[in-house]
Design a protein around this ligand. Sequence first.
Ligand code: G3P
Ligand code: MG
Length: 246
Amino acid sequence: MSFTKVQAHRGASGYAPENTIAAFKKAIEMGADGIELDVHLSKDNELIVMHDEMINRTTNEKGLIKDFTLAELKKLDAGSWFGVKFKNERIPTLEEVLILVKTTPLFLNIEIKAGYRMYKGIEEKVLALLEKHNMINRSIISSFDHYSLVKIKQLNPKIKTGMLYSASLFEPWQYAKSIKSDALHPYYITLNKDFILNAYINGLAINTYTVNDEDVMTKLSRGRVSGIITNYPDKAKKIVSSIQGN
Ligand code: G3P
Ligand code: MG
């Protein structure tokens, strides 16, 4: 059994439009261990799965997610930007993804896009939905907004949290423990063998993003990193299995 778990970044986003049901189905089909996705709140407070806070790049409309209702967002084409055959893809809600994923063995890495306190109450909403679908034990909440992670732990100490960051932080395991984070979610270029060892000695898992290069996947797999977050889960699974076994 492989130690390193492969997470499909925004679904299998190298093969289908990111953060759509097509990308999540592809990740399941490719044997990913987990799925990473990003959440925001719509104007009518529904949990929306999308990366950017604006809909410009991945739909046929312009503006901020928070200024559209779910019904308005559901009318948009979230697939054509990636390829004509995806023109019927819609923006999913978090609940739609939970309904899909709960029938599989995959886990979820839910990234809360809560920067600048834009989405009041998003933490409560995410937890309520995970509780409703019995997915607390199969999920990890991550965010670059560490206030959001602290709030998540205060609301439900049973859920795992992962601290996202991109800079080369000094001994981040000390800080991670101070915010009760279960995992470090660093940008992969900040990692080396000593770092990985120190994180493990301090009880922290390491799920690193976004690893699309096969040489880097190989190094991280040899270094026995806890999780590789990638747009190409098929490539990462193959490499991890060949180094660590199935
Ligand atoms: O969770 C890893 C990764 O998704 C963080 O960055 O910008 O792709 O959401 P981003
Ligand atoms: Mg993300």
